[in-house]
Each structure stands twice: as C-alpha cells, then as structure tokens.
Write a protein that binds this ligand. Sequence first.
Ligand code: GLV
Ligand code: GLV
Length: 331
Amino acid sequence: MARVMIIGGDLPVDLTARLQVEHEVGYGTHADLRTGRHAGIASAEAMILIGQPAIDDEVLAKAPRLTVIALRAVGYDKVDLEACARRGVTVCNTPGVLSRAVADLTVMLVLGAVRNLRGAIDHVSDGWSRGAAKPALGADLRGKTIGLVGMGGIAREVAHSCAEGFGMQIAYTSRSGPVEDIDYPGPGWLPLTELLASSDIVSLHLPHTPDTDRLIGQAELSAMRPGSFLVNTSRGALVDESALVDALAQGQLAGAALDVLAQEPPDPNHPLLHLDNVLITPHIGSATAETRRSMAELAVQNVLQVLAGQTPATPVGPAPPTSTGAPDPTP
Ligand code: GLV
Ligand code: GLV
C-alpha cells in the first residue's frame, strides 16, 4: 500500500477507486507542494499532477519517498527532469490521447482568427443593431497556406483537418527534416524562415524547451506575411509576447489566436488581452470530457505500473529503474 497524492484537482471516481484497490489516495493543492507542511506529500510515493505546477529540487526534497510523478498533461516543461532522475523519480505524461482535442481547438482558433470571431462577439455584445458597421470581412480558408511549426501528433491532426476538411495548403517545419508520410497539397517541409514567409496562418506545435523559448520573436514576426495570423495552442513561452503586441498593434499581423500565454493566468493589464484583433482562450486545448478522461486513465495506469515495479506506459525520457522503488536516501 502506497500513498498516492492527487495534486491540484480530482479524478473521475472510478479511477480513484482503481487506485484505492491497493493504495491510499490523498489530495493536495499546488501550493502544498511548496510549503511542505502537508503530511500526505511528505509521505507520498506517487503524485498525479492536475494543472501545471512547477516541480523542482526544492519540491522533491519535501517528498522524499516519491517514486513517480504522473502528469495529467502532455507538456512537462515545468518539471525539472534532471532533479527527478537524480532522486529516482519516474516522470510520466499523457501523449497521444489529447492530440485530437488540441487539434480541434487549433482549428477553432484558426477559424476564429480568420473569420474575426473576436470582432463578431464584440459587435454582438455592443448591441448588434445599435453598433454602426459590422466587423471587417474575414477570409476563406480554402487555398490558404497554414504553416505548422513542429510535426508531432497534434500538428499531424491539424494538418489532416486543414488539408482534408478545409482545402488548405500545408507547410511545416520539423526538427528531423521532412516527414515521409506527410504528403498534402502545399509547400510541405520548409525551414522556419521560409515557412513564416510562405504562410497565411502560422500555428505553433512544439514543446517549450530552452531551444524553443521565444522561438517566435521580433525577427520571426517580421518574416511573416503582412496580414497573416499567428495561432498558438502549445506553450506561451514560445512567443516573445511584447514583440507580438508590437506586430499586432502595427498591423504586421492581422491577428492572433492564443490558447496559451507565457504567464497563466495573465496579469489583467496584459496588453494581449486588450487588443481587439486577439482571440484568447484560457488553456483549454485538451479540455473535453472524453479527452480529460483518457488523460486521467493514462496517468493512473502510469502510477499503478511504477508502483508495481513495471515500466510505465508513457514515461518522459528514459525511466529510472523501478525495480527497487526505493527513494534516494541521500538527497
Ligand atoms: C496541457 O497544456 C498539456 O500539456 O497537456
Ligand atoms: C504530443 O505528444 C502530441 O500528441 O502531439
């Protein structure tokens, strides 16, 4: 019997029950990770993280018995993997199962940007008939080029929808070069600068790492077509937000649609919240009932596997040996 802490939210009851067959389940908040005053965390052997709390050595030191952290998320940029490895903590994420939902939201934001959904919503809330002119005309998607930065599972789904559903041209970058089975109408694989110059809509699909931090800065935004759109459903930190504000305010970009910001929730005065050509959703890429359930199932499966001394289904990076399950005695 191990203690499994669910941090920052809850799981469907039947999944909690699956954990409780052999283990004891407790609950904590993101803040509890920092204070170290929570007895459940001090004695936890497993944690399931809901949301995106930062995990660093200081947090790990407060949970010396920990052997596994299961993220109910695909992104693990807030987790210090090196510190986890040093302390023998296996980290698992939930790749794949959320790709379709995030792709759906991406398509929604592409449509929302190009059809000026923000302007339409503002127009209606301003009284519709009392408002003067209708919002500016949008554009057709058919024949437009979407440039996908990254070609992982989510970008593949976006490419499929945009090409097959909307008759769009597909351009993409991928760190490993052209991907053999990606073959849609359009430019296909391009280096980033060429992709930026060739796309009507640029959509970001990379994890946040030191290499991708502020990947889209002033130079990249200037390289984008005048009147084009930026869509981001990956991580806010991929974009230099003050450069984006300038590009939007100066009309270099026609608009942006963002599900993620560098800081979430943002400061209420964040200029991106106050530009009328920006559509923002509150980090809801995977937020469907079916997908969140699949993510929770995978997180629970990963925890049960590690606690049973097995290799988990979806570890992040190489899994440390799980056979002993013993915490590092000398942190
Ligand atoms: C959400 O952002 C995730 O990483 O799953
Ligand atoms: C990430 O794992 C993805 O599904 O794109």
